[in-house]
Write a protein that binds this ligand. Structure first.
Ligand code: SER
Length: 585
C-alpha cells in the first residue's frame, strides 16, 4: 500500500459510504427532504462553467423565483453534491486540493435560520460523528464593506456551546458567494477541526440573505436562507485518521490500481505527487464524462481534456507502460457507483471516451517528449520553446513547467502569453487573406459570423451542453461549423436548431462587446479557451441573454441584421464530429 509518509493516529472507524448515509439520515430525521446531486453541468446557469457548490441547483429557490415546496415538497433540503473547481487544478498534488469533490449540505429556503443551522451542525459533528469538542473551534463574520458584523451568530454560538472558541474573520473567510458573477450570498460561520498538523475548515454555514448583482451591489433577498457545505474529502480524512483524502477509502481503490501498474512504494515525493495528481484527475474525468462532458478545446470540454492529458503525462513520468486510463477508471466507477449510479449507467461512454482520448494524445506526447529531451541536454527551456511544444505537440504550458520541474530544468515561461497572442494575430490575419484579400470583412460575412454564435448556442440548447465547437469557417457564400456530437442529427433536431436561430434573429437581440479580464470572462460563463492565458483583456460578445463567447469579432449590432438563417447540410467530418453548413439570406 502506498505510504504517503504521514502519521496515522487513529484507526479507520467510518467508511465514506457510511458517512454519506449518516448525514442524509440525520437531516431526514429532522424534517429535510433529500435531493439527489445535480449534474456537474449546471442547468440553465451560464454564470458558471461547472457546478461548484451544493447551493447551485437551488439558486432560483434562494432568489424566490421558484417554490421549493412545489418542486421538492419541502423548504428544508439536504444533498450530497458533485462539485468541481477548475481554479484548483494547478494545486492538485498536495494534501488538500482537488478538482472534483463532494459536498454534503443542508439547506433552508425561507425557513429556519442561524440558530437551527448552528445547532444542527454542532449536533451532527459532535454527536453523530463523535468529533471531540476539544478539537473544534468556530468562526463568525467580523463585518466589512457595509455588511455588519454578525453579532447574532456570535451570541448563538456562545449560548449553544458555552466556552467554544469563536474567532472573528473578514470577508475573504466568512462571507460566501455569489457563485459565478451574481446571485445569493451572505455572511458565514465555519466549524474548524484541529489536526496534528494544523487547522482544517470542515463546515461552512452560509446565512444567505443578500443577492449580489454583477457589480457586486448587495440587496436583501425576499427571504432568508441557509446554505451549508461540509467537504467530504476533509471529513473522511479526519474520521479515518488520515492527513489527506488520498489515504482514505475515497481514493485507495484507484491508488491500489495505480500501484499494480507501477512500483511506487519507497519512491520519492515526486512519484507520490504524480500518483495524487493521476488519481484526482482520473476521478474528475470519470465524473465529468458520466455527466455528458465531451473532450474538446473549449470550455468544459477543455477542462476534461486537460485532466486527461495531465493524468497521462504523470503516468508517463512514472514510466507506466501502455495505456492505462480505462484500467484506472474501473475502480473509480466501482467504488462510487453505489452513491452515483450514473457512473455505472454511462460506464461504456466513459471508457470509450478515455480510450479514444488516450490514443489521440499518445502519439503527440511521444513526439513531444522526444522534443523535450533536447531541452534536457540544454538544461533550460524558454518561453518560445514552451510555445512550440504547445503549438506542435499540444502541451499545455503547465505540463511543460511540471515536466521541467520534474526533470530539474530551469523554465522561463513568462513570455509564453506573448507568443500565444502573436500566433493568434497571425492566424487571424491569415483568415482575412483567405477571404479574398479584403481589407474589410464584408457585411455578409459579419452577418454569418454572428449567426455562427447563435448556431453554436442553439446546438447546445437542442443537443445538450456536451456540444462544443471544433472549428468554423466563413466564406461569402456560407458558414461552416464543426462540433462534437456522436450521432447524425435527425431532421427534427435540425429543424429545431434552425427555428431557434431564426427565433433569436427575429427577436432583435442586441449584440454587445465587452472587454474584461480572463478571470471576469470565465466568471461570466463565456465559452472559450478558459485555461489558456490570453493577454490581460479578452473580448466577450454577448447576444441578448442567449449566447456569450470569447471572440475577436466583428459582429452585427442587432440580430435582426442577420436576415433569414438556413441550414443547407449536416454531415460527419470525423468520429464524434459533425459539420453543419448554413447560409443567411
Ligand atoms: N456554498 C457554500 C460553500 O460552497 C456552503 O455550501 O462553501
Amino acid at each position: 500500500m502506498l505510504k504517503l509518509g504521514l502519521d496515522s493516529f487513529r484507526i479507520a472507524i467510518m467508511q465514506s459510504s457510511e458517512i454519506r448515509q449518516k448525514f442524509l439520515e440525520f437531516f431526514k430525521s429532522i424534517g429535510h427532504v433529500v435531493v439527489p446531486s445535480s449534474s456537474l453541468i449546471p442547468d440553465n446557469d451560464p454564470s458558471v462553467l461547472l457546478t461548484t457548490a451544493g447551493m447551485q441547483q437551488f439558486k432560483p429557490y434562494f432568489q424566490g423565483l421558484k417554490s421549493p415546496e412545489e418542486d421538492f415538497g419541502s423548504r428544508k433540503l439536504a444533498s450530497i453534491q458533485k462539485s468541481f473547481r477548475t481554479s484548483d487544478i494547478n494545486e492538485v498534488g498536495d494534501n488538500t486540493h482537488h478538482t472534483f469533490f463532494e459536498m454534503l449540505g443542508n439547506f433552508a429556503i425561507g425557513d429556519y435560520f442561524k440558530k437551527e443551522a448552528i445547532v444542527y451542525a454542532w449536533d451532527f459533528v459532535t454527536k453523530e460523528l463523535g468529533l471531540s469538542e476539544d478539537r473544534l473551534f468556530v468562526t463568525v463574520f467580523a463585518g466589512s464593506e457595509g455588511v455588519p458584523e454578525d453579532k447574532e451568530a456570535y451570541q448563538i454560538w456562545q449560548k449553544t456551546v458555552p466556552g467554544v472558541e469563536i474567532r472573528k474573520l473578514g470577508r475573504t473567510d466568512n462571507f460566501w458567494g455569489p457563485p459565478g458573477d451574481s446571485g445569493p450570498c451572505g455572511p458565514s460561520s465555519e466549524i474548524y477541526y484541529k489536526t496534528h498538523s494544523g487547522e482544517v475548515e470542515i463546515w461552512n454555514l452560509v446565512f444567505t440573505e443578500y443577492d449580489s448583482d454583477k457589480e457586486g451591489q448587495l440587496s436583501p433577498l425576499s427571504q432568508k436562507n441557509i446554505d451549508t457545505g461540509l467537504g467530504m474529502e476533509r471529513l473522511v480524512s479526519i474520521l479515518q485518521g488520515k492527513e489527506s483524502a488520498y489515504e482514505t477509502d475515497l481514493f485507495l481503490p484507484i491508488i491500489t490500481a495505480i500501484e499494480e501498474l507501477v512500483e511506487v512504494g519507497g519512491k520519492e515525493n515526486k512519484a507520490i505527487k504524480s500518483v495524487k495528481i493521476m488519481s484526482d484527475h482520473i476521478r474528475g474525468a470519470v465524473f465529468l464524462s458520466a455527466d455528458g462532458v465531451i473532450p474538446s478545446n473549449v470550455g468544459r470540454g477543455y477542462v476534461l481534456r486537460r485532466l486527461i492529458r495531465r493524468a497521462i503525462m504523470h503516468g508517463q513520468l512514472m514510466s507506466i507502460n501502455g495505456r492505462f486510463l480505462a484500467t484506472l477508471a474501473e475502480p473509480v466507477i466501482d467504488s462510487y457507483s453505489g452513491s452515483y449510479p450514473e457512473l455505472k449507467t454511462n460506464k461504456q461512454t466513459v471508457i470509450t471516451m478515455l480510450e479514444d482520448e488516450e490514443a489521440k494524445f499518445d502519439q503527440t506526447l511521444k513526439n513531444g517528449l522526444k522534443e523535450f529531451a533536447k531541452f534536457e541536454q540544454k538544461g533550460s527551456i524558454s518561453s518560445e520553446e514552451a510555445f512550440r511544444l504547445f503549438q506542435s505537440f499540444g502541451f499545455p504550458v503547465e505540463l511543460t513547467t511540471d515536466l521541467a520541474k520534474q526533470k530539474k530544468l530551469s523554465a522561463n515561461t513568462d513570455e509564453f502569453e506573448k507568443y500565444f497572442l502573436e500566433h493568434q494575430e497571425k492566424s487571424r490575419g491569415g483568415e482575412k487573406e483567405y477571404k479574398g484579400g479584403l481589407a474589410e470583412v464584408s457585411e455578409r460575412t459579419t452577418r454569418m459570423h454572428t449567426a455562427t454564435h447563435l448556431l453554436h448556442q442553439a446546438l447546445r440548447t437542442v443537443l445538450g451542453d456536451g456540444v462544443a465547437q471544433k472549428g468554423s469557417n466563413i466564406t461569402n457564400d456560407r458558414l461552416r461549423f464543426d462540433f462534437s456530437y456522436s450521432n447524425k442529427l435527425t431532421q427534427e433536431q435540425l429543424q429545431q436548431v434552425q427555428d431557434l436561430v431564426n427565433e433569436k434573429i427575429n427577436k432583435g437581440l442586441e449584440v454587445t462587446r465587452e472587454e474584461m479580464s480572463l478571470e471576469e470572462a470565465k466568471k461570466s460563463g463565456a465559452i472559450g479557451l478558459f485555461e489558456q492565458k490570453y493577454g490581460d483583456k479578452v473580448s466577450v460578445y454577448t447576444i441578448g441573454d442567449f449566447s456569450k463567447e470569447f471572440c475577436g469579432g466583428p459582429h452585427v449590432t442587432n440580430t435582426k441584421e442577420i436576415g433569414l438563417f438556413k441550414i443547407q447540410k449536416e454531415e460527419a467530418v470525423a468520429s464524434g464530429i459533425r459539420r453543419i453548413k448554413a447560409t443567411v439570406t
